[in-house]
Write a new protein. Structure first.
Length: 429
């Protein structure tokens, strides 16, 4: 192909690398870039240089561009199936741009690329011009893709990626049988260009649809979970009302015993009543209904599952200036995460949870510590329904943002710590 002209070849490699980087930034987003990308640029540059200067058999001339593109795609933190589909799409688009370039040269200057000779200087010049024009056309195509791409990060099933590849594969076949000298073939290529560009739009639209369906299902699970937490609070409130009502009845009997001077009977009944109240009342009594209900429920679950739970609860005031719903979301999810992780532990002595809830005049601090079965570096959900667990953590983070608070979590030596600080609404601007 292009030989003995290193400056031109190097310039073409730089141009192709630039618009390849532009293309992947458009469909993958810049935030997905890996930190050490230099090695991928080197690999791409070497493959591109070999492709431009060394004549290869036709099958390798088709495979090498794909390898070049895929090596560049490796510099992004994207799942492999997405890299493959967009690498193939780029190769097809570049082939279409090359076809359009050759058609324009044939139409304007009658340049025939089907009889290209590597030893002919004029053919090499025409070929170089054709490549540069292809790169310019590709820049325009990428601009269109940039307007269509929404850079969604959601994984689809493999069958959808296979369906997306149908049009690029058909396009490759059509490009091999079409001739750039035919105007009807040129129109066909324009149609293929439109179809391949629209793949990006269709891809994003389908991802949007499935992402919304997935999030709706997760949110429904979370709403059911929060309804259960509210039910615990309501049950706690009803229990308190029942205790108060029953205690009033006992006081009437005690009053009657005192009137009749049956003091021994009255004293015994007082002791019996106090024992009943102590057994029926909440195991946690900070004065805040949400905290009392959720922590008490956690203690009951822990007792049923052989989990030792310690609590350190210290509220500056019973009145916490955080919406009860939001407080249920935060505390409920944090406690649920700790219980789920503790249930997985096989050694009974390791089943331990420490619950610290402390409030000051201006904020609320929640700290949950629990042991884990394995040391993990990737803090994703270990539950049987990780999507639900993930949306729970997301909701905690959302509420922290709402109140200007902060959430931290980390693991060390199989001990997981989760801490949330929430400023009170009265202190938010």
């Amino acid at each position: 192909m292009i030989q003995n002209n290193f400056p031109i070849v190097f310039s073409i490699v730089l141009v192709m690398g630039a618009h390849l980087n532009f293309f992947f930034n458009s469909v993958f987003d810049k935030s997905a870039k890996k930190h050490n990308r230099f090695i991928y640029f080197i690999i791409f540059g070497l493959l591109d240089y070999l492709y431009l200067v060394i004549p290869v058999i036709p099958i390798f001339s088709s495979i090498l561009p794909l390898l070049m593109t895929f090596s560049f795609a490796q510099s992004y933190k994207i799942e492999i199936k997405t890299k493959i589909i967009f690498s193939i799409l780029y190769a097809v688009l570049m082939s279409i741009a090359n076809y359009i370039s050759q058609h324009l040269f044939y139409t304007l200057d009658s340049v025939d690329f089907s009889h290209f000779h590597t030893v002919n200087e004029q053919d090499q010049i025409n070929y170089t011009k054709s490549i540069l024009l292809s790169c310019m056309i590709m820049f325009a195509i990428i601009q269109i893709i940039r307007l269509l791409a929404k850079r969604r990060s959601f994984s689809l099933h493999y069958r959808y990626y296979v369906l997306f590849l149908v049009i690029p594969i058909i396009s490759i076949y059509q490009l091999n049988i079409l001739t750039y000298k035919d105007v009807y073939s040129f129109i066909s290529v324009i149609v293929l260009l439109f179809l391949n560009v629209m793949i990006v739009y269709i891809f994003d639209t389908i991802i949007d649809k499935f992402r919304f369906m997935h999030e709706n299902a997760q949110l429904q699970h979370q709403m059911d979970y929060q309804d259960a937490n509210y039910e615990k609070v309501v049950h706690s409130f009803k229990s308190i009302k029942r205790i108060i009502h029953d205690t009033n009845q006992q006081f009437l009997y005690i009053e009657e015993c005192i009137k009749r001077n049956e003091l021994v009977t009255a004293l015994e009944h007082i002791k019996t009543t106090l024992n009943k109240v102590e057994g029926a009342y909440q195991r946690v009594n900070t004065g805040n209904l949400v905290i009392d209900a959720l922590v008490t429920n956690t203690l009951n679950i822990g007792q049923a599952n052989g989990i030792r739970i310690d609590t350190k609860l210290n509220l500056y005031s019973q009145e916490i200036h955080i919406d009860r719903y939001d407080l249920c979301v935060v505390i409920g999810n944090m406690l649920d995460n700790a219980i789920e992780a503790s249930k997985k532990l096989k050694i009974a002595e390791d089943r331990y949870i420490l619950i610290k809830i402390h409030s000051t005049e201006s904020n609320l601090l929640i700290h949950i510590m629990n042991h884990m079965e394995n040391e993990v570096t990737n803090l994703h959900s270990q539950k049987s329904n990780p999507e639900f667990h993930g949306i729970g953590l997301t909701n905690i983070a959302r509420i922290c943002d709402k109140y200007g608070g902060h959430m931290t979590f980390g693991t060390k030596l199989k001990v997981f710590n989760n801490m949330v600080i929430l400023p009170f609404k009265d202190n938010n601007p």
